[in-house]
Design a binder for this molecule. Structure first.
Ligand SMILES: NC(=O)c1ccc[n+]([C@@H]2O[C@H](COP(=O)([O-])OP(=O)(O)OC[C@H]3O[C@@H](n4cnc5c(N)ncnc54)[C@H](OP(=O)(O)O)[C@@H]3O)[C@@H](O)[C@H]2O)c1
Length: 283
């Protein structure tokens, strides 16, 4: 199958390129190759490549950055996704759009299913949801994949940042009142590979199995790979004063995946152990 990946220089984009190129004819385009905010170039790029499937992994994933610069957030995450959706439709390609747990407000007690109503509380979440809506209305053949708390090689992520700080001897304060599902980019890429193999279109929640707070995630990272004796203090979200609010609960139940009878992704702790052995994290 001919697959084009946007944002291929990003953390998830790289994992998608590595995973999918084993079985498919993959065109991996970075922002330098294709800035999706340019409709003309996006139409031309997809017209040239003639993919059967486009995985739109390009986006502005800086949650606080989006809050500070909403124009850029709407331009990239909303209008950029519209451009990709229009170009998919013109090129006859199905569209797989990568979205986020932050489309939810976090007030639900239980994990969110694909059938729960989104209600974003940040500009990032709202702009990603607008991207979902463009994809839904402009391309009938689409998969919207919501994932959360990504970690993996080749990008900025919580695991890497935490270990860098711990190894520099910094004292660590991490929030314990936000709960989610850490997800390994290569596990997500494999799940997406399965998903796009058939016409199971619609919204999908795809995360590693299990949930934890950021504080518990940090404790697991330090237990396995941190310097002995690193101090880790639990704090509340209100102590951090970040520009963008985060949902308290952003656990995504992989409900449609389960309803299809497909085996769950492995527990996040197992995936974390694999990532911790990656050379980019060696001390
Ligand atoms: N990180 C998470 O925890 C998380 C959770 C749920 C969903 N997601 C979603 O997953 C996707 C990938 O995220 P990631 O964590 O891999 O982030 P990332 O490493 O920042 O990758 C995003 C990529 O998109 C590119 N990009 C930015 N603006 C673009 C534009 N106008 N046109 C084309 N490409 C553009 C970036 O290029 P530059 O680096 O050159 O700007 C970057 O390579 C995003 O859509 C994000 O919203 C992420």
């Amino acid at each position: 199958m001919k697959i084009l990946i946007t944002g291929a220089g990003g953390m998830l984009g790289r994992a998608l390129g590595d995973t999918l190129s084993a079985e498919h004819d993959v065109t991996a385009v970075t922002r330098g190759d294709l800035d999706v905010t340019d409709l003309g170039r996006t139409l031309a790029a997809l017209g040239r490549a003639k993919p059967q499937v486009v995985i739109h992994a390009g986006g502005w994933a800086d949650v606080d950055g989006c809050e500070r610069d909403p124009d850029r957030a709407w331009r990239v995450n909303a209008l950029g996704s519209r451009n990709v959706a229009v170009a998919c439709q013109e090129a006859g390609a199905a569209c797989c759009y990568i979205s986020t747990d932050y489309v939810f407000d976090g007030e639900k007690r239980d994990p969110y299913t694909e059938f729960d109503a989104p209600n974003p509380i940040s500009c990032y979440g709202a702009s990603k949801l607008a991207g979902e809506r463009y994809v839904q209305t402009l391309t009938p053949r689409h998969w919207i994949v919501r994932s959360s708390w990504l970690f993996g090689p080749g990008g900025k992520n919580f695991v890497k940042t935490l270990l860098t700080k711990a190894r520099a001897g910094q004292e660590l304060r991490v929030v314990d009142d936000q709960v989610g599902s850490p997800t390994y980019t290569s596990d997500l890429a494999r799940a997406i590979s399965r998903l796009i193999g058939g016409p199971h279109y619609g919204i999908w929640h795809l995360t590693n199995n299990g949930a934890c707070s950021w504080h518990r995630f940090a404790a697991a990272i330090l237990d396995a790979a941190g310097p002995k004796g690193t101090r880790l203090e639990p704090i509340g979200s209100k102590d951090l004063q970040r520009p963008a609010p985060r949902p308290r609960n952003s656990v995504l139940r992989n409900y449609c995946w389960t309803l299809e009878g497909w085996p769950p992704l492995r527990p996040w702790g197992d995936a974390l152990r694999e990532y911790l052995a990656h050379p980019e994290l060696s001390a």
